[in-house]
Ligand binder design. Structure first.
Ligand SMILES: [Zn+2]
Ligand SMILES: [Zn+2]
Length: 106
């Protein structure tokens, strides 16, 4: 897919991020244009790449070029993803449905 510039596994592509954060507070995120590295998705491990719901969530950030707003929500749905919570190993990704109690997650 052309919109994806690259995928970084195990550490964040951006030197401004603390590499230790990935896997601790964050196991996947997409980069916005303001940060540079637009089109990059960083994941904690290869296992994340196999989680379709998480990858579609991140892909939607890149395609919609947006945070967790309505534009992004429409994009997630169009791609066949979900706004509901997703379990990933010991993590539970919170729901991003409108009005849901949102915790920090990229
Ligand atoms: Zn990153
Ligand atoms: Zn997100």
């Amino acid at each position: 897919m052309k919109v994806i510039k690259g995928i970084s596994v195990g550490r964040c592509i951006c030197p401004l991020y603390d590499p230790k954060d990935i896997g601790k507070t964050d196991f996947a995120h997409a980069h916005s244009p303001e940060e540079g590295y637009r089109g990059w998705i960083c994941v904690e491990s290869r296992a994340v790449l196999r989680n379709k719901a998480i990858m579609l969530h991140e892909l939607a950030h890149i395609i919609a070029n947006a945070g967790h707003n309505d534009k992004w929500r429409r994009c997630v749905i169009r791609l066949g993803g979900t706004l509901g919570s997703v379990s990933f190993g010991k993590f539970i990704v919170p729901s991003y449905r409108k009005g849901a109690d949102r915790k920090q997650w990229a």
